[in-house]
Write a protein that binds this ligand. Structure first.
Ligand code: CO
Length: 134
């Protein structure tokens, strides 16, 4: 069902410092920060030859990652995103298998303009999983 690893998302307390780590220390190609007020985050993409790392920083009062940062002040890995061809059919077969889909179960348009769903970490080895239809 799942295809390529689309990205790994990391919540960071200091976006400029995180950019410096990936760009200067690790020598990666890093995008300009993109504020996404409708998602409550600012994102920076780190492009790697085979996938991406998404640096997430809270934006606005109701950021969905603000609590994560309260619990993990140094930041940390937030989710992994796998590509699927058909997100509705992936959801349906996951529900049949007993997995929990977060929210109302309907795909939303994610940070990259594609339909996404999130799966409960307790059903996936303690890791929040995002599915993105490519
Ligand atoms: Co993501």
């Amino acid at each position: 069902m799942i295809g390529k690893l689309n990205h790994v998302a990391i919540v960071v307390p200091d976006l400029e410092a995180a950019v410096a780590v990936y760009r200067d220390t690790l020598g990666a190609e890093v995008s300009a920060p993109a504020p996404l007020p409708e998602h409550g985050v600012t994102t920076v993409f780190v492009s790697l030859p085979n996938t991406k790392v998404e640096l997430l920083h809270p934006l606005g009062a109701d950021s969905p990652i603000a609590r994560y940062l309260e619990r993990n002040p140094d930041g940390g890995m937030h989710h992994v995103c796998y590509e699927v061809d058909d997100i509705a059919s992936a959801r349906d077969s996951l529900l049949v298998a007993g997995a929990r889909v977060l929210g109302d179960g309907e795909p939303k348009i994610g940070a990259h303009g594609k339909p996404v769903l999130f799966l409960h970490p307790k059903d996936f080895c303690g890791t929040l999983v995002e599915l993105e239809q490519i």
